[in-house]
Design a protein around this ligand. Structure first.
Ligand SMILES: C[S@@+](CC[C@H](N)C(=O)[O-])C[C@H]1O[C@@H](n2cnc3c(N)ncnc32)[C@H](O)[C@@H]1O
Length: 222
């Protein structure tokens, strides 16, 4: 296939918006705070962090969620690196990622370390985190993944615009690749996503969303 890199335009300066999906990569209000609320709190992190903990994500995008999780991991002070695996069909070019990162704080130097490593490729051994971005459509790559995540960050574009990343088949694969008592969280409370997670074996609850979003979804593998 030709040109599978991300296609972006820019809003309010440095906020990337996908032209393929017509959706922004992160909250126009406050991406960092939304990530903390939805993906950390939504998975009971950092409280559940433990040595060897494995986060998996659908949609690596700019790497913002990685930066937030990595900083929280380092602050928690566990031995060894956090493991972070993300599935991404349309990786951002280094230039676009660098421009998107201009919207973020520098995360104690982690932002520049990520950019330097992204230049080398999608497998990154960084100080405190081992990152593997698996390039390709998650519907093709997740079934063959051999890992099991303790916490999932489900972060596709909005379910209306990117339904393939929220399908019930894919939620079955998420469940199949979740450790015992593992969790998943997402900013959306769309009914078909919640049903897909429940059908896959998760106990699903609605929680208060971030900012203007009334609800988000938390799920625990039953
Ligand atoms: C909302 S963005 C993710 C934002 C990201 N987590 C961050 O921290 O910047 C959604 C991502 O899902 C990716 N995506 C969309 N469809 C996909 C698919 N079928 N398989 C894998 N990734 C996909 C997009 O390319 C995009 O990077």
């Amino acid at each position: 296939m030709r040109n599978q890199t991300a296609r972006v335009e820019w809003r309010d300066g440095n906020i990337p918006v996908s032209t393929r999906f017509d959706d922004p990569y992160f909250s126009l209000e406050n991406g960092v705070a939304e990530t903390g609320h939805v993906f950390l709190d939504g998975n009971d992190l950092p409280a559940r962090f433990a040595p060897g903990f494995h986060v998996a994500e659908l949609g690596f995008g700019t790497g913002l969620n990685l930066l937030v999780a990595w900083e929280a991991w380092d602050a928690a002070g566990h031995a060894g690196p956090l493991r972070f695996t993300s599935f991404e069909a349309y990786p951002m070019t280094l230039n676009d990622m660098a421009r998107a990162h201009a919207s973020f704080p520098d995360f104690g130097g982690r932002r520049d370390a990520l950019l330097a490593a992204w230049h080398e490729g999608p497998r990154m051994a960084l100080e405190g985190v081992e990152v593997n971005v698996i390039i390709g459509d998650a519907r093709d790559t997740l079934p063959g993944w051999r890992g099991h995540a303790d916490a999932w960050f489900l972060d596709g574009f909005s379910p209306a615009k990117n339904p393939e990343l929220w399908s019930s088949d894919l939620m079955q694969e998420v469940a199949r690749h979740t450790a015992r008592s593992g969790t998943a969280a997402t900013y959306t409370a769309a009914g078909f996503v919640r049903r897909g997670l429940a059908d896959a074996g998760f106990q699903v609850t609605r929680a208060p969303g971030y900012g203007r979003k009334r609800h988000m979804t938390r799920a625990v593998l039953a």
